[in-house]
Design a protein around this ligand. Structure first.
Ligand code: GDP
Ligand code: MG
Length: 441
């Protein structure tokens, strides 16, 4: 699956991993190669542009960890951006509160709807669901026959009325499912070779009549940008819930997989990886990204290194907190960590015994920015020994940081309170960080 893209990215990264030091030049060269690889994989050009820009921004801003090379760091960044591009988290299909759950399959002719209907039925059967397949593609007798044969092969009932009205058939199938105590209705609808008004209108009519819980758009993964364009039109008319990419076992180049979420806003939920009924996989963005990069080992390595660094810092911090030796430099360090990690909670949670205290903690981001500016305007001496901060020093710091003397005073007051509290807590256990400064807590 997507072998060509993978092998191109791999050779780019192999070179990059060797570098002991990353310069803007070798980042740029690598990004050029990544860009080309993605375009050759038929990824939408705008998606590629945004992707590359985003990787570059992160690569230049990222602090390189001691135990990994800068090249490895980039692999991790590209990996994370790929995961994001593929939708971030796994998207599940919806289940009705009161059965039956109605799932409607849509897409062009030949995209793999009928095959997928059977695959999904079997997939759900394994999860102890009881599906009913519905033949709402009434225009070709062969289509109904195909679904019946597939249904028989997996022991799933197929509802059909021959060449009737698809809207009525869809509607009738629901009471049929209830009667038969089946909990999931899978509707196989008709497609055309190209989008046409009549087909769309029929799908809209079915949708309006039966209100499916889940509408899936089935796309042929081998058709690249065509699939994305069609998806976009279906999304506008039908506002479907998720995408199924079929034929990902073949020489699909990956363009559809990598563009469709960014362009349509709809997540990929399943992929088809063969013609047989078992050839279905739920779509997981992180696993797909690892597959495409083929570098799971590097990603894991960098993740471990990141964890270690953060843990070491947290442990150091904890020691200082316990001894009440905490100074303003530690504050600054902490603030920078927070910025890097995205949230204060995630940092503080790593300090043993603190996590549970933080359930209701709220962080005032604006306040954090102000605090950082104030500490940045201090000399090293002042940070280490805040006692020397007299009136004129405070005035200077306020000027330098674009704040008011009251802000500096408030910070110092909170800081002193915190230290006092630390000392008191020292004797007891390390609980109750209730009075954290900076508007935390
Ligand atoms: N290799 C491969 N072939 C598939 C896959 N899904 C469907 N097909 C084939 O694609 C063709 C069209 O499939 P079909 O389900 O009839 O498409 P429909 O017109 O949308 O109902 C058939 O020959 C299927 O065997 C897949 O995931 N991998
Ligand atoms: Mg069909």
């Amino acid at each position: 699956m997507l072998e060509e893209l993978t092998s191109k990215l791999e050779s780019t990264f192999r070179r990059l991993r060797g570098y002991g030091k990353l310069t803007e030049k070798n980042i740029d060269d690598s990004l050029k190669e990544i860009r080309r690889a993605l375009l050759e994989a038929d990824v939408n050009y705008k998606v590629v542009k945004d992707f590359v820009a985003s990787v570059k921004e992160k690569a230049l801003g990222e602090e390189v960890l001691r135990s990994v090379t800068p090249g490895q760091m980039i692999v991790k960044i590209v990996h994370d951006e790929l995961v994001r591009l593929l939708g971030g988290t796994t998207a599940n299909i919806r289940t009705a509160g009161i059965p039956p759950t109605i799932i409607m399959l849509t897409g062009l002719q030949g995209s793999g709807k009928t095959t997928f209907a059977a695959k999904l039925a079997k997939y759900l059967q394994k999860k102890n669901r009881k599906p009913l397949l519905v033949a709402a593609d009434v225009y070709r007798p062969a289509a109904i026959q195909q679904l019946k044969i597939l249904g028989r092969s997996i022991n799933v009932l197929v509802y059909d009325e021959g060449a009737g009205d698809p809207v009525k058939i869809a509607f009738n199938s629901i009471s049929q499912a209830r009667q038969q105590m089946l909990d999931t209705v899978i509707l196989d609808t008709a497609g055309r070779l190209h989008i046409d008004e009549q087909m769309m209108q029929e799908l809209v009519n079915i949708k309006n009549r039966i209100r499916p819980h889940e509408i899936l758009f089935v796309a042929d993964g081998m058709t690249g940008q065509d699939a994305v364009n069609t998806a976009q039109q279906f999304a506008e008319k039908l506002n479907f819930d998720g995408v199924v990419l079929t034929k990902m076992d073949g020489d699909a180049r990956g363009g559809a997989a990598l563009s469709i979420k960014a362009i349509t806003g709809k997540p990929i939920k399943f992929i088809g990886v063969g013609e047989k009924v078992d050839d279905i996989e739920q779509f997981h963005p992180d696993r797909m990204a690892s597959r495409i990069l083929g570098m799971g080992d590097v990603v894991t390595l960098v993740e471990k290194a990141q964890e270690t660094i953060d843990r070491e810092k947290a442990e150091k911090l904890e020691k200082k907190l316990r001894k009440a030796e905490f100074d303003l430099e530690d504050f600054l360090d902490q603030l920078q960590q927070i910025k890097k990690m995205g949230s204060l909670e995630s940092l503080l949670k790593m300090i043993p015994g603190v996590g549970s205290q933080l359930k209701n903690a709220q962080v005032d981001e604006k306040n954090l920015v102000r605090v950082e500016a104030i500490i940045n305007s201090m000399t090293n001496e002042e940070r280490r020994n805040p006692r020397i901060l007299n009136g004129s020093r405070r005035k200077r710091i306020a000027m330098g940081s674009g704040t008011r003397v009251q802000d500096v005073n408030a910070l110092m007051r909170q800081f002193e309170q915190m230290k006092k509290m630390m000392k008191q807590m020292n004797k007891k256990s390390f609980r109750g960080l209730g009075g954290m400064p900076f508007g935390i807590g």
